[in-house]
Design a protein around this ligand. Structure first.
Ligand code: PAF
Length: 281
């Protein structure tokens, strides 16, 4: 496995081989978990070359967010990505990605403002910008993302369509711990009692999903139930519990069509997200 730290070397490599070989790309911020590995393994199956990027992108963190303390362990990531089948780790420095005088940012209007965009203003501008840059550098045929970050996936799909970026966006199911907690690098922040409390997120979503599957269609009732379940956990503080149109991310008042049911919950100082999609006739 090769490690490429330099943007121009990565781009030269990709431009040279992309006409003959399919590049599968897994963008990450490192501190890999099984969810990332499942993306790498899928990319391995579907492409000739698998590139993983590790870059903790400063511009997608708010001033009071966890950029400084975001977990980093390159040696561990290197071992894990190698065993999952990556060929290349692209590991740029932030000075290389955002040199002095950097001025270009991307915004995906409307989609960026809902759900997590409300409590993390500017977050998706940072995500869209870095992903577009990474796509230009890595020149992938396929790029892989996890459904846990549902809003991010929808924004990236819209951005690639709008900007005619020739890449297929593949979204893979959320990878979960055996007790249901959605995998996330941020789970490493949780103290043992918080780790237990964190289960309230997946359990509440599951309870709501079961209610919908057994015929409940009243969004108000479902919202009240979700709020109650989360409130019962003393270490949890709800940021949002949302029923949204899966394409526009706009809040819905009637359950029909393709619906994204999602939640963001603070467990102590850690903000966790999770969701499920459901099609309703
Ligand atoms: O999902 C992530 O890890 C990040 O938001 C991404 C897509 C790598 C952009 O920094």
């Amino acid at each position: 496995m090769k490690i490429i730290r330099n943007i121009s070397s990565m781009q030269k490599y990709s431009l040279k081989c992309r006409d003959k070989k399919k590049i599968g790309f897994v963008p990450t911020m490192g501190y890999l978990h099984e969810g990332h590995l499942s993306l790498i393994k899928r990319a391995r199956k579907e492409n000739d070359i698998v590139v993983l990027s590790i870059f903790v992108n400063p511009i997608q963190f708010g001033p009071k967010e966890d950029f400084e303390k975001y977990p980093r362990d390159f040696k561990r990531d290197e071992r894990m990505s190698k065993s999952a089948g990556a060929d290349i780790i692209f590991y740029p420095s932030w000075k290389d990605m955002y040199p002095e005088g950097y001025k270009t940012y991307l915004e995906v209007k409307d989609l960026q403002d809902h759900l997590c965009g409300r409590s993390r203003p500017g977050h998706f501008k940072g995500v869209a910008t870095v992903v577009a840059k990474l796509f230009n550098i890595v020149q992938p045929f396929n790029a892989y993302f996890g459904q846990k970050d549902a809003q991010q996936c929808i924004i990236i799909k819209q951005m690639t369509r709008d900007l005619n970026i020739p890449v297929n966006i593949k979204v893979l199911e959320t990878f979960r711990e055996s007790d249901g907690l959605a995998m996330s690098s941020r789970n490493s922040y949780l103290l043992p009692k918080e780790r237990k409390a964190a289960l309230v997120v997946s359990r509440t979503l599951l309870a709501i999903k079961k209610n919908i599957l057994s015929g409940e269609r009243n969004i108000n009732l479902l919202s009240v139930k979700a709020n109650k379940l989360i409130k019962k956990e003393p270490l949890a503080r709800l940021d949002y519990f949302s029923f949204a149109d899966e394409n526009t991310l706009e809040k819905i008042t009637k359950l029909s069509g393709n619906v994204l049911v999602s939640a963001a919950v603070w467990i102590g100082k850690t903000r966790l997200i999770d969701n499920f999609r459901i099609g309703i006739k």
